[in-house]
Design a protein around this ligand. Structure first.
Ligand SMILES: *Cc1c(COP(=O)(O)O)cnc(C)c1O
Length: 420
């Protein structure tokens, strides 16, 4: 059941020793016993490798790690140590990025609903660029920058109207989506922004969606954005940054093949001939997704006439992707005991039928007390966790090169139930 070859396609730092699963030389069973479950574990070397792969594929580009995928400041710090900046979508993420040691001069800020306090904080910190999503945001940002005696550097987020062929909830670059503005509106907004004296126009931004397993939609989007770049340049705008967002997909199913940054570069770089601007990328999932696993313990087994259920201690509050996107996550036992295989639903303890990690999944027979590992859980895992059913959010452990450390304690009930 523990097929090392398959596991290594998810994360080359996974190993099987004596039938047991290890990550970067650390036994996942021993971590589960030491820290309890559910437990998120992350491989730092994997995160470093991914940032390096982007930097090699796009030399000279600024890689802004999308903090929303995994906002643990110690995870952000690893990306930052490899030279990454940060892509943020809230004031909280700005604080997470700063706590993770990211230089504000490498932070870009998108989001359709930035509030005044959030904008004030980002203006004070003098971040690299605000990716502005509406006309009103331009006025509000100009007012705040003027009041604080600063200049705010901006890009307009344009919506290239391409279909990224991914889940509709994570498609962001189509006309009907709330994100960005169309090209005609963008040109008007650039002209307007030029009149606002506390704003400095420096870039163009787009982000078309997430979990793209095919890189061709990027070509369509970047072609259009480069067209806009040329028009704006002709009009005398000085566009210093071309920010093409994130969205590269990763392996969730064993048959998926997440495209490499190199494949993305092959698609995109030829389109940038004659473009003087620095490229910015905002990868999230493709940096941390397969760095992380969620470890959970089997509580009960239940056989109903037509189905086996494996009930584990991780629920949709810990990992919500299966419930909201019907997402597939590969699940393996942390320790294979060579037992027969069954087809089962792996479900959590939450009072919702949508609370499952895997459905109709072939998996080795498990018993109460055994541990399972949910793969590809390093992005949009802990970051989307909640307290639903008054469940403390899991602990997080960062592993590197045979050592590990706790980077977030399991929450206490006192913390969740505190009402003032
Ligand atoms: C979510 C998001 C990203 C990151 O997307 P991934 O699919 O995780 O790479 C990048 N930029 C913006 C603006 C986003 O909203």
């Amino acid at each position: 059941m523990l097929d090392e070859k398959v596991l290594k396609e998810y994360n080359p730092y996974l190993e099987v020793k004596d039938g047991e699963l290890y990550l970067e030389g650390v036994s996942l069973k021993s971590l589960a016993q030491e820290f309890g479950t559910p437990l998120y574990v992350y491989s730092a070397s994997y995160i470093r490798d991914r940032i390096k792969a982007y930097k090699e594929a796009f030399s000279g580009a600024l890689i802004c790690y999308a903090v929303k995928a995994n906002f643990n400041p110690e995870v952000i710090r690893v990306a930052g140590e490899e030279g990454a900046g940060a892509d943020i979508v809230s004031g909280g993420e700005l604080l997470a990025a700063l706590k993770g040691g990211i230089d504000p001069a490498k932070i870009v800020y998108a989001g359709v609903g930035k509030t005044v306090p959030e904008l004030e904080l980002a203006v004070e910190k003098e971040i690299l660029m605000f990716n502005v999503e509406s006309r009103d945001e331009l006025y509000v940002l100009d007012e705040i920058a003027g009041r604080l005696g600063k200049k705010a550097r901006i890009a307009i987020r344009v919506n290239p109207d391409v279909d990224p062929k991914t889940h509709p909830y994570i498609s962001t670059g189509m006309k009907k989506s709330k994100f960005g503005v169309n090209f005609e509106t963008a040109k008007e907004e650039y002209r307007l922004a030029r009149e606002l004296k506390n704003l400095e126009i420096v870039g163009i931004h787009c982000h078309i969606g997430s979990q793209l397993l095919d890189v061709s939609p990027y070509r369509e989007a970047v072609e259009k954005v480069v067209g806009l770049y040329r028009e704006l340049t002709e009009e005398g705008f000085e566009i210093r940054y071309l920010d093409i967002g994130g969205g590269l997909g990763i392996k969730y199913k064993p048959e998926d093949r997440g495209p490499s940054p190199h494949e993305l570069a092959k698609e995109v770089l030829p389109l940038l001939e004659g473009v003087e601007a620095q490229l910015i990328l905002e990868p999230g999932r493709s940096i941390t997704g397969n760095a992380g696993l969620l470890i959970s313990q089997v509580q009960f087994l239940k056989d109903k006439e037509i189905k086996h259920f494996i009930i584990v201690d991780a629920g949709m509050n810990d990992l919500v992707r299966p419930a909201i996107y019907d997402a597939y996550h590969h699940v393996v036992p942390v320790e294979s005991k060579g037992r027969e295989h069954i087809i089962a639903d792996i479900v959590g303890p939450i009072c919702e039928t949508g609370d499952f990690l895997a459905r109709d999944r072939r998996i080795e027979w498990l018993e109460r007390g055994d541990y399972i590992a949910v793969l590809s859980a390093g992005a949009y895992g802990f970051a989307m966790a909640s307290h639903y059913n008054v469940r403390p959010r899991p602990a997080e452990v960062l592993i590197e090169n045979g050592s590990y450390r706790l980077i977030r304690k399991r929450e206490s009930y006192e913390y969740i139930l505190n009402t003032i």
